[in-house]
Write a protein that binds this ligand. Structure first.
Ligand SMILES: *Cc1c(COP(=O)(O)O)cnc(C)c1O
Length: 380
């Protein structure tokens, strides 16, 4: 099955009891047993729920993996990944990380004795420098948030394999439509389903996908033991959202390109970060490992004035000022005071999150309306 068919058909079957073509919302906590231990595959909805199961199977298929597990949020999925580790273990992570990932690593797991190193993975040597016998996991985001850095996943995986280290990729920005980390050698893929997979800004959810049975069993054990599962209604909404993932992503990419070019030619804009631009430092790697460049764009203003940046983000009308990304509607955000406020300023500046950095999640509206909205907001 090709991707565009999988998004619609993989993992879902007409309901056996009624013939309903859409997977029903099995809004139930428990399941009747014929006698002790005799049931139809479900006992209790933390452990398993048919609506969630359909989504987990669908996600595994579209990501090119064997096993999917869904959680109450993207961070709950990351939480499950780190819970596979033990005190004394070390993790090497990208330095321009989603703010919430940085926060869970440093304020939750560090105190349980897991050590995190944040390195610039644009230079692979930085990873090798931190590897020792305690290193158990390399965690990366590509494209990264909000700098749109592109990490060479294949290269990272080669180093990891040599040293017997797992690689987990936060594939939220690319989605399975643009990039499949498992095919590039990663062991584990994570999604904030909240973003493009849900696609309509109406659900908070996370997911993990792997092809490794040992990892999958461990993830399911943690999913059931820690209990951060998502509900059947949300699972249904995401199954519905994924059916148009390929169509939405195609438009996100087209609109993203036109807006990146518009910004790149604007006199008030200092730098545009979008992996599809020739000027992007890792444009070639992006071309190799992604099928397109997506709708996430960051840019800085000439003079790097924070007040000017705040004015721009408050003046757009179609680009709504909000956290989050990946929905059908366009959003605008100011990372240093919003999504990345929990990262100390010095750490932020080191990774390029300067005061005037503005991030766009380009939606699927008519691109001429989006460009004139930005044009107006930039008349300062
Ligand atoms: C939003 C996001 C997360 C966290 O996901 P939630 O669903 O908000 O918990 C993790 N990584 C990236 C790249 C994100 O954009």
């Amino acid at each position: 099955m090709k991707f565009n068919t999988k998004v619609i058909h993989a993992g879902v079957h007409p309901d056996e009891a009624t013939g309903a073509i859409m997977t029903p919302i099995y809004q139930t906590s428990t399941y009747v047993q014929d006698e002790i231990g005799v049931h139809k595959g479900y006992e209790y909805s933390r452990t398993g729920n048919p609506t969630r199961q359909a989504l987990e199977n669908n996600l595994a298929a579209i990501e090119g993996g064997k096993y999917g597990a869904c959680f109450g949020s993207g961070l709950a999925a990351i939480d499950a990944v780190i819970k596979m580790l033990n005190p004394g273990d070390e993790v090497i992570s990208t330095n321009d990380l989603y703010g919430g990932s940085y926060r869970i690593f440093t304020t939750i797991f560090q105190k349980y004795g897991i050590k995190f190193h944040f390195v610039d993975m644009l230079d692979i040597d930085n990873i090798e420098e931190k590897i020792n016998s305690n290193t158990k996991l390399i965690w990366l985001e590509t494209p990264s948030n909000p700098m749109m850095n592109i990490i060479d996943v294949k290269k990272v995986c080669q180093i990891a394999k040599k040293n017997n280290i797992l690689v987990g990729v936060d594939n939220t920005f690319a989605t399975p439509y643009l990039q499949n980390p498992l095919a590039l050698g990663a062991d584990l893929v994570m999604h904030s389903v909240t973003k493009y997979l849900g696609g309509h800004s109406d659900v908070v959810m996370g997911a993990l996908v792997t092809s490794d049975k040992v990892i999958a069993d461990e993830i399911y054990r943690i999913q059931n033991s820690s209990g951060a599962v998502c509900g059947p209604m949300d699972s249904f909404l995401v199954l519905r959202g994924i059916k148009t993932l390929h169509l939405r992503m195609q438009r996100h990419c087209e609109n993203g390109e036109k807006i990146a070019l518009f910004l790149d030619n604007h006199p008030l804009i200092a730098k545009v970060y979008w992996p599809g631009l020739q000027s992007h430092i890792n444009h070639d790697i992006a071309k190799n490992q992604m099928k397109g460049f997506g709708g996430m764009i960051s840019f800085t203003l000439v003079g790097d004035d924070i007040e000017m940046a705040k004015k721009v983000v408050s003046k757009t009308e179609l680009f709504t000022l909000a956290e989050s990304l990946g929905g059908v509607e366009s959003l605008i955000g100011h990372p240093s005071t919003m999504t990345h406020a929990s990262i100390p300023r010095e750490e932020r500046l080191k990774s390029g999150v300067v005061d005037s950095l503005i991030r766009l999640s380009v939606g699927v509206e008519d691109v001429t309306d989006l460009i004139s909205d930005l044009e107006k907001a930039l008349k300062i």
